[in-house]
Design a protein around this ligand. Structure first.
Ligand code: FAD
Length: 570
């Protein structure tokens, strides 16, 4: 993919923003000059960094472990910490990226800066056929905590129907009634325990204080209410619909990534846990149909480590299908074409890619400079239905306290704010495709956004909702003018459709590329075991059969949590 950003320029811009030198105009001008995108990096590049865990640069290679977990992201760190605590067995974590020991990761207000740091790898999509052939930046957090170290910290489980749908389609035991106790057990919700919420678990979850909320966020809430939508006090309780102050993985002013919540506490409790950073896995070692170890780079040298019991693959929805394919697990015809011996013919590997569609377009000019956020720039969300006959919400609108639009919409205004729109139950399916047996090759990422017309309809409904809220009287003290799409464009069907296509971007939520189920395209069974290979499970966002209606960090953590539980209880 072409490099289309001046990474340094964006980094500098974000740095200035987050160090309190809040000159919005200077920041936005330089961020836009940088291309509002992210650089493409070598997937196996080794970056230096201090680590509480052990970098392969400084420790000898371990020979074996009971369990090996590949990837210390949302799911992997959760699975590893829980597995070590629950079983007392030795657990080795091989994380390809670097330490999360950095202020721009741990300080929630600095999260945009983490996106421009060495921690984040800047992939990109293939040209999106149904979105004007645009190539869209696709960053992934690669290091301890994975994407939970660079994400926007929104914590949302999704709709109960999401999980019932999983179970109904083959992921037995993943229905809402079955997963709710685990969701409650893993969290420490600031509001305390209830029928829906948990207290005392390892993951702290909090909510912004509305009185300290951004004035534009408060206007969003008032504007939505003035249109007749009742405020939802907690979208992780009885229902997700309605405008709500978000839930965040933030505690005492610090980010609660999966390392902080699950890995470090396990180590502090004396678990037999070894965590290696800068340890990118090349492939699985499979002998006579059983996964017995892992081949990875230790201080840059190809090294093999043996697993006495099981290997848990948690490299995320982009890299998990790549590692499976390189290990001979995937579509047999594709494997033969790549010259990789077939271990298990699983045509679903890399297929079924789903991601929420982010409509990054609706923008307003402000009457005056707006203050910085006390939280994460994104304090209020609203889930709603694209049409009244939808059984549950399928669209989203959210306020961000900065102008935010895709490159193609060419937004020039620097003093303003955006209300983003989202398609949360997309019907389109894409793929992650591995094109080479060389482990350094970057996979092709094709979310195939707007492939299905229903997704265009839903995006239009979500964008209408965002415009309706943004044009309410609640914003009268802030709003100077609607910059994008404008009433003129919105009332012209052809121009509006073009605007919507140019507004398509990512929520950064790829899932589904090694889906759980029982049909021919399933890669893992409901206990997360890979079909046709012993001693191997996948535990990360790639096993989701369909995407959840909310953001995908919470369900990824749930998957890691349940993987450990399944293994410990086996
Ligand atoms: C910018 C951004 C913002 C987001 N905002 C939100 C949000 O606000 N709320 C929300 O709920 N979700 C959000 N998400 C999505 C959410 O964070 C992810 O869905 C979730 O973290 C996925 O978890 P995972 O365990 O599947 O993968 P990851 O967390 O991506 O973990 C995969 C890990 O595997 C490692 N790895 C990959 N390849 C190898 C290899 N070959 N060898 C060893 N290790 C390897 C990676 O380095 C990484 O640490 C966001 C994501 C991004 C990128």
């Amino acid at each position: 993919m072409a490099k289309d950003i001046d990474e340094g320029a964006l980094g500098q811009a974000l740095l200035g923003l987050n160090r309190g030198r809040f000159d919005r105009r200077a920041f936005l001008t330089s961020a836009m000059a940088a291309g509002a995108s992210f650089a493409v990096a070598n997937a196996l590049g080794l970056a230096a960094g201090p680590a509480w865990a052990k970098s392969t640069r400084s420790v000898p290679a371990p020979r074996d472990a009971d369990y090996i977990v590949i990837g210390a992201g949302s799911a992997g760190a959760t699975a590893a910490g829980q597995l070590a605590l629950r079983t007392g067995a030795s657990v080795l974590v091989l994380e390809g990226g670097i330490s999360d020991d950095a202020e721009d990761i741990n300080n929630p207000s600095q999260w945009p800066q983490a996106l421009a740091s060495a921690f984040t790898k800047g992939y990109a999509t293939t040209p999106q056929r149904h979105a004007n052939d645009r190539v869209i930046p696709y960053p992934r957090g690669e290091g301890l905590g994975g994407c939970s170290s660079v994400n926007c910290m929104i914590y949302g489980r999704g709709s109960p129907l999401d999980y019932d749908d999983w179970a109904y389609n083959g992921a037995l035991g993943w229905d809402w009634k079955s997963v709710l106790p685990d969701y409650k057990a893993l969290e420490d919700w600031q509001g305390g325990a209830s029928d829906y919420r948990g207290a005392g678990g390892p993951l702290h979850v909090t909510q912004p204080n509305p009185t300290r909320g951004h004035e534009g966020a408060r206007a969003f809430m008032e504007g939505a209410k003035s249109l007749g939508y009742a405020e939802n006090p907690d979208f992780n309780a009885a229902a997700i619909e309605g405008p709500a102050w978000v839930n965040m993985t933030v505690y005492a002013g610090r980010r609660q990534n999966s390392d902080v919540a699950f890995l470090r506490p396990a180590l502090e409790k004396g678990a037999k846990l070894t965590v290696l950073t800068e340890a990118p896995v090349l492939k699985l070692v499979i002998e006579k149909g059983r996964c017995v170890g892992v081949q990875y780079l230790h201080a840059g040298q190809v090294t093999t480590v043996r697993a006495r019991k099981e290997v848990i693959l948690s490299a995320g929805a982009v890299m998990t299908p790549k590692i499976l394919t390189l290990s001979g697990i995937g579509d047999a015809a594709t494997l033969r074409r790549l010259g990789i011996p077939v271990v298990a013919d699983l045509p679903g590997v890399g297929q079924n890619l789903m991601d929420h569609v982010l409509g990054a377009g609706v923008n307003f000019e402000a009457k005056r400079p707006l203050p910085p956020t006390n939280y994460n720039h994104s304090e209020v969300y609203m889930w709603w239905k694209s049409s009244p006959d939808q059984p549950a919400p399928d669209i989203n609108a959210l306020y961000v306290s900065l102008p935010f639009a895709t490159k193609e919409l060419n937004l020039q205004q620097t003093n303003g704010y955006a209300i983003l729109s989202g398609v949360m139950r997309p019907k389109s399916r894409g793929a992650v495709t591995i094109t080479s047996a060389d482990p350094r090759a970057v996979p092709l990422i094709d979310p195939n956004w707007l492939q299905v017309e229903q997704d265009v309809i839903a995006l239009r409904a979500a964008t209408n909702l965002a415009r309706d809220i943004g044009n309410t009287d609640a914003y009268r003290d802030i709003r100077k003018a609607e910059l994008l799409p404008t009433q003129a464009v919105a009332s012209n069907p052809a121009q509006y459709r073009e605007f919507l296509k140019n507004s398509v971007s990512t929520y950064f939520h790829p899932v589904g590329t090694a889906k759980m189920g029982t049909d021919a395209m399933a890669v893992v069974d409901p206990r997360l075991k890979v079909y046709g290979v012993e001693g191997l499970r996948v535990a990360d966002a790639s096993v989701m059969p369909t995407i959840t209606t909310c953001n995908t960090n919470a369900p990824s953590i749930l998957i890691g949590w349940r993987a450990a539980k399944f293994i410990a209880n086996a």
